[in-house]
Design a protein around this ligand. Structure first.
Ligand code: XIL
Length: 368
């Protein structure tokens, strides 16, 4: 009996299925609504200055979500590593433009601005350079050749350059010596290498905007003072410098007063002001295994992102607003995860390149 009931059930189910197959009308594919102008806020149209991001050529090539966010939200690109010596000048007599060209071509094709990072830094240098033996004339010629070659290669395509990156330590002294924190450039060439680097860059591309870039202006008054006196000295000597970058690798507890003081004092130099490497971490570079992406942290992060936008708009005159650049696109590709060897969530987009509360903090800060 049980078997007969089961058989009838199966038969009825089969008939129902068949019937429904016949009667089902074809399903129309869901329509993806294009964003309606003025309804959906995105970074680049909400801001009145360029909104940039530091990017990596292989992620740009291989990761569609990453590429889509960049295309949709940004109008300025910084090469995260692709223009650093180690990447672009791997041996004394060879240049590798592969990664950087890929980013620059993508930017040109999509009408985005490119900010070149960086011509001189104490880190991310190739071993051949770190081990280079030669007197100051030989080093001068290395530096000059590199700048003329790289800036020349991108003449007319790269709008602006970080000519010198992180020349000062947190005490405001010029980095010197052969430790990892020291700089080969001042050690080999003396303190005035910075001025000459700017002159070589201007020689290679007279139209390029030339920046000094550093971190910590917001928490180290001595470093801020050192940077301002460098700028003032270069300006007095008519050395071509057009802008200053404040990296702003800040955290959810960063002091807004320090941020505002750095912005307004640097704006007073008259240079263009670039918030050049913005991210807002939770750990303040401390080892902290228990750190999580909690609601409280996320809300604190949103608040800081919003405040940075408001402070920039309030304290930097529009003609000096060069733009705001985040250091990486989404949390998954943040440099901090490998730099501090722990989880961090410092960016406006999450691991899947979806908008986080931090993103909406930026939008609010750009609008209010
Ligand atoms: C970082 C990159 O994001 C990392 O991928 C790389 O391993 C080291 O450099 N200040 C700077 C940037 O000026 O060039 C640094 O970029 C982050 C800190």
């Amino acid at each position: 009996m049980k078997k007969i009931v089961l058989f009838i059930c199966l038969l009825l189910a089969a008939i129902a299925c068949k019937k429904s197959n016949v009667s089902v009308t074809p399903v129309t594919p869901p329509v993806v609504q294009p964003p309606v102008a003025g309804v959906e806020d995105i970074l680049k149209t909400t801001a009145t200055f360029p909104m940039g991001v530091a990017i990596d050529p292989s992620l740009l090539l291989n990761n569609k979500k990453y590429r889509d966010v960049i295309l949709k939200e940004h109008n300025s690109l910084t090469t995260e590593n692709a223009m650093k010596w180690q990447a672009i000048h791997p041996s004394e007599n060879s240049y590798n433009y592969g990664g950087a060209d890929y980013i620059v071509d993508f930017a040109v094709e999509n009408k985005m601005r490119v900010h070149g990072h960086t011509l001189l830094w104490h880190a991310y240098n190739p071993t051949w350079l770190n081990n280079y033996k030669g007197d100051s004339t030989a080093f001068e010629s290395l530096m000059k050749k590199h700048i003329l070659e790289v800036v020349g290669h991108y003449k007319g395509k790269v709008t602006s350059w970080d000519v010198v990156n992180e020349a000062f330590d947190d005490r405001g002294s010029l980095r010197k010596g052969s430790t990892t924190e020291g700089s080969i450039w001042s050690t080999k060439l003396g303190n005035d290498y910075i001025a000459r680097a700017f002159q070589y860059a201007a020689e290679a591309d007279p139209k390029a905007l030339l920046f000094y870039n550093d971190y910590g202006q917001e928490y180290s008054p001595s470093k801020l003072r050192a940077i301002i006196s460098l700028i003032t000295d270069l300006q007095k000597r008519k050395i071509p410098i057009h802008g200053v970058g404040l990296q702003f690798h800040i955290n959810i507890n960063s002091d807004i007063a320090g941020i505002e003081s750095a912005l307004s004092q640097l704006a007073a130099t008259g240079l263009k002001i670039h918030i050049s490497e913005l991210d807002v971490n939770f750990s303040n570079f401390q080892k902290n295994a228990s750190i999580t992406f909690s609601d409280a942290n996320s809300m604190a992060q949103k608040k800081i992102y919003k405040q940075v936008m408001k402070s920039y708009r309030k304290l930097v005159p529009p003609a000096q607003q060069f733009g705001i650049t985040c250091w990486n696109v989404g949390d998954a590709d943040s440099w901090l995860r490998s730099a501090i060897q722990q989880n961090e969530w410092p960016l406006p987009f999450d691991d899947n390149y979806l908008r986080k509360p931090a993103y909406f903090g930026i939008i609010e800060g750009l609008k209010e």
